[in-house]
Design a protein around this ligand. Structure first.
Ligand code: MN
Length: 248
């Protein structure tokens, strides 16, 4: 059931019947018939109609945003607007693209998997310490030098809370290379990560790292040299903790 109050909010006093028809009939009854046609499809039809009529005001912005919520991806939106351009007119599509770009600005690149250093193979050896699928591309030989690997997390994937132990030195460096992710130390707020960000994780600090919920994410993991180094894997990052991050 789609709950809409835009009509009453904007026109409830000036045109109560119009507000009622907008909120209760158009949204409450027509949009809500999801069993007959999906919300995603209804969104696509609606933006197509608005753009065809040259309506590129706040109502198109609202419907582009709703389309995103209803599962229209960035790639699909670009394709839809390109398609519409030939039927509805080039300038209309231009205007719509400018709004769509704003609305999808926070979306990650969906084609991005691993980035410059490559995605590597499924990280099966450590899968038990991860929620979701991760990939590992070792870049150096640990028997010859400092071990560096490119770790890629699918959207929503993160490793368990863990501690890099060492009696001297040690710890881990994360060098972010692709997509968007999170790093969190126990008792501190999570920190958003983008390519170019570097995180220094001292030995002995409980933490986790992983992708954002809608983005792939890759970081190089550097094992800092130290004495008596070991990894202590702990409990998973719960959905309750993880799902709250997006809201902050
Ligand atoms: Mn770590």
């Amino acid at each position: 059931m789609v709950k809409q109050t835009a009509g009453r909010n904007s026109l409830g006093e000036f045109a109560p019947k119009f507000a009622e028809l907008n909120d209760d009939v158009l949204f409450g009854e027509v949009w809500s018939r999801e069993d007959k046609l999906s919300l995603k499809m209804r969104s696509i039809i609606t933006i197509t109609s608005l753009i065809s009529k040259g309506i590129v005001d706040s109502s198109l912005k609202y419907h582009l945003s709703t389309a995103k919520q209803n599962g229209v991806t960035k790639t699909e939106m670009a394709e839809i607007l390109t398609h519409i351009a030939f039927y509805a007119g080039w300038p209309n599509a231009w205007a719509a693209f400018n709004l769509a770009k704003e609305i999808y600005a926070d979306e990650c690149n969906e084609e991005s998997h691993g980035g410059f250093f490559g995605q590597g193979k499924p990280n099966t050896a450590f899968a038990q310490y991860f929620t979701g699928n991760s990939y590992l591309n070792p870049l150096t030989d640990a028997s010859k030098t400092v071990f560096i690997a490119n770790v890629t997390f699918e959207p929503g994937c993160r490793n368990n809370w863990h501690i890099h132990h060492a009696s001297k030195g040690g710890g881990q460096l994360l060098i972010c290379v692709d997509g968007e992710g999170w790093y969190q130390e126990e008792g501190k707020p999570a920190q958003g990560l983008k390519p170019g960000d570097v995180v220094t994780i001292p030995a002995g600090v409980k933490h986790w790292h992983g992708a954002k919920s809608k983005c792939w994410f890759s970081h190089l993991a550097v094992e800092c040299p130290g004495e008596n180094t070991s990894n202590k894997w702990l409990e998973p990052v719960t959905d309750e903790v993880y799902n709250n991050l997006d809201k902050n």
